[in-house]
Design a protein around this ligand. Structure first.
Ligand code: PNS
Length: 164
């Protein structure tokens, strides 16, 4: 059984993430989408919300499951018998940091990182930009699944209505 992990923050999941997950699911027997729930970043969606959106988005992939993880990704890989980390590369600018993480992870555990080039139509896509564009009323409907767009729009409206 060849099992891989697609790790990330997924705040929220985008069509770019799903492109990588779907392609990974054709290469590996099983793919675990692992949502990092470390407390370090300010998130728009909490861990349960991010996991729930991913589960819905990944329903179309029969060999993909979604889980959360805390701590080191390599520890999650060990405890789930995962041999490979799959990362999407959007541009050369992603490569430096991703290479550094791949090498650090390889120094911690016998785990390969497999880089998958992002499909050209998603090469500019990042959750942070989706949130920023949506915050100012831009159209992100082609960039995230429909149900994610609904939750994003609702959450941004809640935030906008909340007292500062
Ligand atoms: O979507 P992101 O924010 O780029 O995802 C980053 C993530 C969650 C994949 C990365 O921060 C991670 O692996 N965190 C777990 C902690 C860890 O293992 N750190 C060492 C990385 S070399």
């Amino acid at each position: 059984m060849h099992r891989a992990v697609c790790p990330g923050s997924f705040d929220p999941v985008t069509n770019g993430h799903l492109d990588i997950v779907g392609r990974a699911s054709k290469i590996f027997d099983e793919v675990v989408v692992a949502v990092g729930v470390n407390q370090s970043k300010n998130r728009l969606f909490d861990a349960e919300e991010r996991i729930s959106m991913l589960r819905e988005a990944c329903e179309e992939f029969p060999n993909v499951r979604v889980d959360g993880f805390t701590g080191l990704l390599t520890d999650f890989c060990r405890s789930n018998d995962i041999q490979a980390i799959v990362k999407g590369l959007r541009a050369v600018s992603d490569f430096d940091y991703e290479l550094q993480m791949a090498q650090m992870n390889a120094s911690l555990a016998p785990i390969e990182t497999v880089f998958v080039p992002t499909s050209p139509e998603y090469s500019f896509l990042a959750s942070s930009l989706v949130k920023e564009v949506a915050t100012y009323g831009g159209d992100v409907s082609a960039l995230v699944p429909g149900f994610v767009l609904e939750r994003l729009t609702a959450r941004l409206a809640e935030r906008a209505a909340a007292p500062a």
